[in-house]
Design a protein around this ligand. Structure first.
Ligand SMILES: Nc1ncnc2c1ncn2[C@@H]1O[C@H](COP(=O)(O)OP(=O)(O)OP(=O)(O)O)[C@@H](O)[C@H]1O
Ligand SMILES: Nc1ncnc2c1ncn2[C@@H]1O[C@H](COP(=O)(O)OP(=O)(O)OP(=O)(O)O)[C@@H](O)[C@H]1O
Ligand SMILES: [Mg+2]
Ligand SMILES: [Mg+2]
Lengths: 257, 257
């Protein structure tokens, strides 16, 4: 029952898009999947058709007020896909957590009550290495790192790997990197191919770089406004196929780790 | 002497790209410009050819250790363009600032020593509404909001405007919104045009939406790997022209506010 953080502090690299659509592709294969929205922006919540201001029991109340996670799990438009949403209180959590000694373990403890119900738990992280992302890494078995094949994305990778090893040493020794996923991929540009080669060389023998890449396609940017994953919005599209192939790779890498 | 925050908590919308290239376009017109890198990722610092691990006096030492800002101002490859860089200590600042009662005003106080040397100060913000972005808004005369014409970007706009009005009420009453800038603009997609129309309607009579948009072009993603702004990397490109036109609009809106 792998718990997977979808994390990268670089902004706008497709964390939310990867979390939603990988969760959906896994659900399509009959896996029972919980998606946790741990980003104060609440984009995963909105992209699955929920209205953040109408969610009264969310990840905030679970972490900060001790509500049972079970009561914050909602079914979504897709069978087998469930959401633990964010609401408008979550932006306040980071500051409120500073004084709590157990602050890094709150999510891990909260999810204990729901582990047995799901085959996969995916956690969408905010674009930062703050306490919310630390909670996610501490609660997870592995990390999936979405990244764009662009120069500035390389910069952030070393910072992220440094943070992951700090969490491994102090909070969660069994945490692994499941893999790096190329997103918004445009194979026509030289820049993309150069960065991709650099990343594949860098990780050779150290961590998986998924074979499948997610192509840049406006369909992925449109789906959130309809409140559905790509597999329902444009089921026969390249993007849906890419996430279905990714789901196979993820099943393989999580079941052999 | 306007101080401008380049801010939006939504990740990857082109904050750093806008900050660097607007600063460069203003410098090209003979304005003396200081770019402050307030993002722990340090992308503005890297994109101007600096190595973060070799910067010993940075915005971190200025904010946290009381170093004189003057000693952290570095010339760049372009005349009239100066950088106050970030280094690898900056990721620690957010947590370290929680206990300081004056934490929101540190940047405002630090910049007092350098105001008189520059015609413009631009501040590149991280993808969050945490204490670093609050420092930037408190130290600024106005905010420039880069945004993608995409659905998820709309979500974030209301959160950002809410934070700006909290800063106006409590920390900086004279703060204005200089304007919203469309980035990575692709006029061929229906989604882009729909979101653009929605934003222009929403802001009519309330705030400027810049006429000029920044087109999506790989040249902008390539320039950082060469450590130079677009105006030096590809001076005759559409992207350079777009930032030159933007500079004219910004001069106009800052000098009439
Ligand atoms: N493959 C793709 N093709 C086209 N657009 C995409 C693709 N993936 C994501 N997008 C769009 O790009 C924007 C950024 O993606 P997304 O919000 O998933 O990134 P993120 O890493 O979660 O951002 P943040 O750092 O703000 O949390 C969104 O508008 C999304 O719809
Ligand atoms: N107009 C554009 N066309 C093509 N690529 C662009 C454009 N603007 C920015 N980029 C690229 O998109 C990525 C995101 O841009 P950038 O880093 O400037 O955004 P940001 O808002 O500063 O991100 P963060 O939230 O992480 O600070 C970068 O790789 C950048 O090079
Ligand atoms: Mg996201
Ligand atoms: Mg940036």
């Amino acid at each position: 029952m792998p718990v997977i953080s979808i994390a990268n502090q670089k902004g706008g690299v497709g964390k939310t898009t990867s979390a939603i659509n990988l969760a959906s592709a896994l659900a399509e294969r009959g896996k029972k999947v919980l998606l946790v929205d741990l980003d104060p922006q609440g984009n995963a919540t909105t992209s699955l058709g929920f209205n953040r201001s109408e969610v009264f029991i969310s990840i905030y109340e679970v972490l900060m007020e001790g509500m049972d996670a079970e009561s914050a799990v909602f079914p979504t438009i897709q069978d087998n896909l469930f959401l633990l949403p964010a609401n408008e209180n979550l932006p306040g959590a980071e500051v409120q957590l500073t004084d709590r000694p157990d602050r890094a373990y709150l999510l891990k403890h909260a999810l204990i009550n729901v582990y047995s119900r799901f085959d996969y738990i995916l956690i969408d992280c905010p674009p930062s290495l703050g306490i919310l992302t630390i909670n996610s890494l501490t609660a997870s078995d592995g990390v999936l790192v979405p990244m764009q094949a662009e120069f500035l994305a390389l910069e952030g990778l070393t910072q992220l790997l440094k943070t992951i090893s700090i969490v491994q040493e102090n909070l969660n020794p069994s945490l692994v990197v499941y893999g790096v996923l190329f997103t918004m991929y445009d194979g026509r540009t030289r820049l993309t191919r150069e960065v991709e080669n650099e990343v594949r060389d860098y990780f050779k023998g150290r961590a998986v770089v998924f074979e499948n890449v997610i192509p840049r396609t406006v369909r992925l940017a449109e789906a959130p406004s309809h409140g559905v994953p790509i597999t329902l919005y444009a089921s026969k599209s390249n993007a849906s196929e890419a996430f279905r192939n990714l789901a196979l790779e993820v099943i393989n890498v999580t079941e052999t780790s």
